[in-house]
Design a binder for this molecule. Structure first.
Ligand code: NAP
Length: 253
């Protein structure tokens, strides 16, 4: 029996965390770095330089727009050029655009699907192919949502994309399990980030949400970081194709 804490170490591993300038991505990147990984931190509107600076020498910042069909390929190439490989891919970048379904513009639908689902597939395919070619183990962690299970209100594209993320996670896990590549997802509950600012600011919605969460509080980005570390490290080597809810009990209610 190895020392159990050693199985939570990531020394010598290279991780890419998308959407790491803020919110969940920034926390996950810092957690992986604390566990010993070298971390490529990605941003969209700006490179994730503040996250990289907070981590220090074992991080580098990148920038790519994943709403473009070529963004994933460009990002993967840049990280590979800098670090040589990716052992751990955290597909965290995501966007949400709210409209009533009857007037949802196709352009917004396509943006949400490209960022939240298609780019996740593209990056996973690039990373998985590279891991298989190197005959190396790997970890892919996709950030799903409670809307992987539920429909939400005024967010049909987001719900469709996150439902797709959960299914894609299982599809890739099945194909790559025998190659020692584990693919899992985390479905965060209601976490306090810029993504959820409109909900937190809406007094009625905020009250309704809190009443429904058994833990009685919004989650914090750090609540997701522990789950992300677990699914990125050898302690989870026999876990694949799962969607782990981290939601203060929401789904159990
Ligand atoms: P956030 O702070 O707004 O983070 C979202 C990240 O995605 C940002 O860094 C953003 O970069 C990036 N992103 C958005 N559009 C992009 C694009 N076109 N290309 C590349 N990157 C893009 O919100 P968050 O709550 O931490 O969200 C992180 C993930 O968790 C998302 O996938 C979200 O759906 C998921 N999630 C969040 C919650 C929650 O309650 N907060 C619940 C369930 C799931 P820019 O700001 O530079 O555009």
């Amino acid at each position: 029996m190895p020392n159990i804490f050693d199985l939570f170490r990531l020394d010598g591993k290279i991780a890419l965390v998308t959407g790491a300038a803020t919110g969940l991505g920034a926390s996950i990147a810092e957690a992986l770095a604390q566990a010993g990984a070298t971390v490529a931190v990605h941003g969209n509107r700006r490179a994730a330089t503040e996250t990289a600076e907070a981590i220090g020498a074992s991080a580098a910042a990148f920038r790519a727009d994943l709403s473009s069909t070529t963004g994933a390929e460009e990002l993967f190439a840049e990280v590979k050029q800098k670090f040589g490989r990716i052992d751990i891919l955290i597909n965290n970048a995501g966007t949400i655009i709210r409209h009533n379904a009857v007037e949802y513009p196709l352009e917004d639908w396509q943006t949400v699907l490209q960022v939240n689902l298609t780019s996740v597939f593209q990056l996973s395919q690039l990373a998985g192919r590279d891991m298989i070619e190197r005959n190396a183990p790997g970890k892919i962690v996709n950030i799903a949502s409670l809307l992987s299970f539920q429909g939400g209100i005024r967010v049909p594209a987001y719900a469709a994309s996150k439902g797709g993320v959960a299914q894609l996670t299982k599809a890739l896990a099945n194909e790559w399990a025998a190659k020692n590549i584990q693919v899992n997802a985390i479905a965060p509950g209601y976490i306090s980030t810029t993504n959820t600012e409109p909900l937190q600011a809406d007094e009625t919605r905020n009250r309704q949400i809190l009443e429904r969460i058994p833990a009685g509080r919004w989650g914090q980005p750090m609540d997701i970081a522990g789950a992300a570390l677990y699914l990125s490290c050898p302690a989870s080597d026999y876990v694949t194709g799962t969607v782990l809810t981290v939601d203060g009990g929401w789904m159990g209610r």
